[in-house]
Design a protein around this ligand. Structure first.
Ligand code: GAL
Length: 339
């Protein structure tokens, strides 16, 4: 396994590995200056490449989240992707980008320590048309940001929706749940789902629902509400429609842990963000330091296009054509608030 340690002069540091292009660890200070690892992760590359890994810290692709029945049509042709969960295609299939060894290169950046990872996906891999090359650059900046820049091109029309899948636990101790974190999501709407967790196509208002995170709200406050959507997903596991989608980077979400004082802010140019509260974690995945990752001990903020977009004409398009360049910028920024 190749591992790169990115650090800045404030002592923040991250390990990035070639397996799944994953962030394996990320040490940030609390309000007393104690550095602790705030992401869930595994010890060995084999564990990252196994099909049981719940996508800890990896880059997911070709398509993050669900595509209904793994089917879509493009240019008059129908495509059938692999079905790797329930009745749908999830996170790029059986052996998506998160289950591959990426090529790596340490690069120079004016913004800070950086590493570039590249994956070449073959025509019809997991059922997707086109030879596609995806480059991901992780940079740890002096402004205490982990920046993720994506670039991709294809030789045939295809669909693409890569995302980053870190599970954060800002307490620095994954034995704690994330239910006490206060979350803000800059979204007036979200995409409700049907019984198979596929968006219905509607953009629904968050007003007067447990999905309203426009003001910072403790995750645990409404997660057990008698709400049909929460019941279907088993907690928070939805796509929010981030306000002001113009292609420019803007604030999407934040999470704050008042005990440690750690604040995480997420900025992205993407139209949506999946906020997932680790509802499928059940203590079976054993991570770093032999920690059993229990129910709701990590939260994900996955900047993305909406799930099932290839089958929803009203959603922003995820089609990439030959000659076009796909780009995405997503930033996770860390600071401390003394409250
Ligand atoms: C999330 C997804 C969840 C679950 C998880 C991996 O991105 O929204 O439903 O699949 O990944 O266990």
């Amino acid at each position: 396994m190749k591992r790169f340690n990115l650090k800045n002069s404030n002592g923040i540091n991250a390990d990035i590995i070639d397996a799944g292009a994953a962030v394996q660890s990320l040490f940030v200070p609390d309000k007393n200056g104690n550095y602790e690892d705030i992401v869930l992760g595994l010890e060995t590359p084999e564990e990252y490449l196994s099909n049981n890994d719940p996508y800890f810290g990896v880059i997911v692709g070709r398509y993050g989240n669900r595509i209904d029945e793994g089917k879509f049509s493009l240019g008059g042709k129908s495509y059938q992707l692999t079905i790797n969960e329930g009745t749908y295609h999830l996170h790029g299939g059986v052996n998506g980008f998160s289950k591959k060894i990426w090529s790596t290169e340490k690069i120079k950046s004016n913004l800070g320590d950086a590493v570039k990872l590249v994956y070449h996906s073959k025509d019809m891999e997991e059922g997707y048309p086109g030879n596609l090359t995806l480059t991901v650059i992780y940079t740890l900046t002096e402004a205490n940001e982990l920046r993720i820049e994506y670039e991709a091109s294809t030789d045939k029309e295809t669909v693409l929706n890569p995302t980053h899948h870190s599970y954060f636990n800002l307490t620095g101790n994954p034995q704690n749940t994330i239910l006490g974190h206060e979350v803000m999501i800059n979204a007036d709407k979200y995409t409700p789902v049907n019984k198979t967790i596929i968006p219905t196509g509607e953009l629904a208002s968050v007003m007067n629902t447990p999905m309203d995170f426009r003001k910072p709200t403790e995750i645990g406050l409404h997660i057990e509400d008698d709400n049909e959507q929460l019941k279907i997903a088993g907690g928070y596991d939805f796509n929010w429609v981030i306000n002001d989608f113009t292609g420019k980077v803007r604030k999407a979400a934040s999470a704050f842990d008042s005990n440690s004082g750690r604040l995480l802010e997420v900025f992205t140019d993407q139209p949506g963000i999946q906020f997932y509260t680790g509802n499928f974690l059940n203590g079976k995945a054993i991570g770093k330091n032999e920690t059993a990752y229990k129910y709701r001990c990590g939260l994900c903020f996955e900047a993305q296009h909406f799930p099932n977009s290839p089958n929803e004409k009203s959603f922003p398009t995820t089609v990439l054509k030959p000659g076009e360049v796909y780009k995405q910028t997503t930033i996770y920024k860390f600071s401390v608030l003394n409250q």
